[in-house]
Design a protein. Sequence first.
Lengths: 168, 233
Amino acid sequence: MWHLVAHQGVSGTVPSEIALLTSLQGLSFYDSTLLGTLPQEFFSLTDLTYLNLSKSCDEYNSVAISSMIGLLRGLSHLYWNESSLIGTLPTELGLLTGLTVLSLDKNSLTGPIPSELGHLTVLTKLNLHMNLWTGTLPSELGQMSSLSYLSATAGAAGGDSTSGTLPS
Amino acid sequence: MLSRNSLTGTLPIELGLATSLHQLDLNGNSLRGTIPSELGDMTALSDLGFSRSSFTGTLPSELGLLTMPSKLDFGDHSFTGTIPSELGHMALLSELDLDGNSLTGTLPSQLGGLTSLTSLHLQRNSFRGMLPSELGRLTGLEIDELNENRLIGTLPSQLGMLTVMSQLSLYVNSLTGTLPSEMGQMTTLSDLDLHENSLRGTLPSELGLLTGLSTLHFDVNSLSGRLPSEWVS
């Protein structure tokens, strides 16, 4: 079982050669300064079960979550907090049906929370708080039968304006 | 109570003259600047709140003169510097929230004086050094969040004295060594998250006594061996 943990001080772009680490199961660039987007090749690391990209980008280097995230089918833990993420949540997140933790707090993500997240039936922790969501909480979230923690509380600068009713 | 207004500006040092004030609720405003040390003169304060503002600077040691508050909520500001050891004098404090600041230094052993504490939120800062063994004195602690710091060293065996703990979060630090067998005494634990550290060795069989665990995260460590048989069944 191979893990690559690079806390603090790593900076620059993620090289496409990272795809050569085909047996990598855990990867963390926590508290680093990543520039640009993840290379396409990164998404061939299908053995990854754990990915921590929290605090990996600052406000001068905002990136969106690539729809290719849906290729990392083995992921069980995805942490991408406090990284100035922009754009909407790709519906492909709903393909990561092995996810137990999805944590995206303190970013600048916008738009509605996609109903496809309802496919994440083994998710125990969903942390979406402090973003710029709009729209209603999709009723499909009610399918997340394993969920024990859900946070979508108020965000910065006017904050979450998610409205409507909680899924039954 | 001046909460949920649009107050801006800084806290005046003259606040220190309000020595009989019990409650200072400034939650949901847009204040900035530093916390004046004169706040320590408001010795009758039992409740204070500053959420949604953005304070900077250091936590004044005079906060330790406020022996009455049950809750100190300074989460999600931009405080720098260290935790003043004087905070350990706040013997009635039940909740200390310094989450999401830029605090550094080691965790002062004097935190062990906060014997009324039920929840401690120090996550998402840059605290360094070891976990003080004096944390074992906080026997009423139910929630302890120290995740996402730069803590090193081993888990103190005194954790076993925290027998009403329900949530222990130490993930994303640089903790080393093996898990102390005394953790098996934390029988009320429901959420144990130690992912992304450098813990090694086998899980002590005593952890099998933790039968109330609902979430358990050990990913990205160097642990080996078997899970306690009680968990498997």
